[in-house]
Design a protein around this ligand. Sequence first.
Ligand SMILES: [Zn+2]
Length: 454
Amino acid sequence: MPDLDLLLRGGTVVTPTDLQALDIGIADGKIVALEAGLTASSKEEIDARHLHIFPGVIDAHVHFNEPGRTEWEGFETGTRALADGGCTTFFDMPLNAHPTTVDAASFDLKLEAAKASSLVDFAFWGGLVPDNLDHLEELAERGVIGFKAFMSNSGIEDFASVDDHVLREGMKRAARLKKIVAVHAESDTITRYLAQKKLHDGRTTIRDYLDSRPIEAELDAIERAVALAGETGCALHIVHVSCGEGIELVGVAQKRGVNVTCETCPHYLVLTEDDMLELGAVAKCAPPLRPAEARELLWQKLGAGQVNTVGSDHSPAPREMKLDENFFKVWGGISGAQHTLPLLLTEGHFKRGVDLPLISRLLSVNVAGRFDLPSRKGQIKVGADADLALVDLSAEFRVEYQDLFYRHRQSPYMGRTLRGPVARTILRGRTVFKDGKIVAKPLGQLVQPEMLKP
Ligand SMILES: [Zn+2]
């Protein structure tokens, strides 16, 4: 046994299958020992007897908008919020940076920015857009997690949506490169038609917006994406599925042998369309929030193990972009990255009896497995990076304006009391967040899928 840098004594370790009282020994950023009653000398020891120790959250879905739109968020403030929530690795989406991440040059620009100011580890999604098919290979060589495409308008002018033809071509290439394709699945035909009809009739309220993006539009797109994945043999990940029916479609396809997984987000599990009607712009997202029955069906599917991952889809914007009278013109995107874990603990574990290992699988080990980081990330095991979230399940906190780390302090959860605050976040053995404060300089490194070479 090497001399330890850090020893966590007596915490309740959340494994993928159960809870175990174990000591964790850490040296050189890695977990080197995991056993009860560990005898070893260590430079630092933490009494964790009252804490649950989760593997660091891996948020596979954030929009930090850097470089180019750093005034919307940026890696510095975005990753502070993540560290507060026990997150140690995130995957940034390709579309809100400027330039968008659609080729090697734009990947390199983003890498430079993230290295300079990210507090936690990171990976990047590459874009799949109509004019970058010939750049997918260079993005794969850079180590992108996969390729993200929009099946409906992305809201960002320089990130065009794909039609079924481009999506098929992109999936064929991604399959050859052994890369996953993630889609925003809403039917462009349906959402565009309904939105134009509303606008033509001068109807621009929150209710009108909700009605323009029905569940059917989501199901239609999921079915087409799944069919293309089956046809091309491409691995597919449906991001931000908002309803149980969507999860069901993915489950049916999995049974048929299609390589497809799905993500949902805390806001679909916690909020309903009534919250969007009441809170307005701060709760606008696409697909939109759904009625309470749909939310409960989503929890049922999650409890049954049919949801594969939960990501925040943190998508912030300056306040002035949230002010239009016309709700269709308000920037859509919820700021949520800071509270993913406490939201799932409060609404899932404490309110609905979801067990802690399942919550941890959705936030960590399933993400690492699906996106090819299985030996380093996602699980508390010997040999893995010492990425840990120490959580006090006996405590609670109120979501307050002054405690938000976002550049623009907006949250649809403001004023809510959440259970299970993160007491400490550890990245590769170093404490980055403790008792409400950021206590480290940016240490984040690029994480690359393990089977990097196609
Ligand atoms: Zn998103």
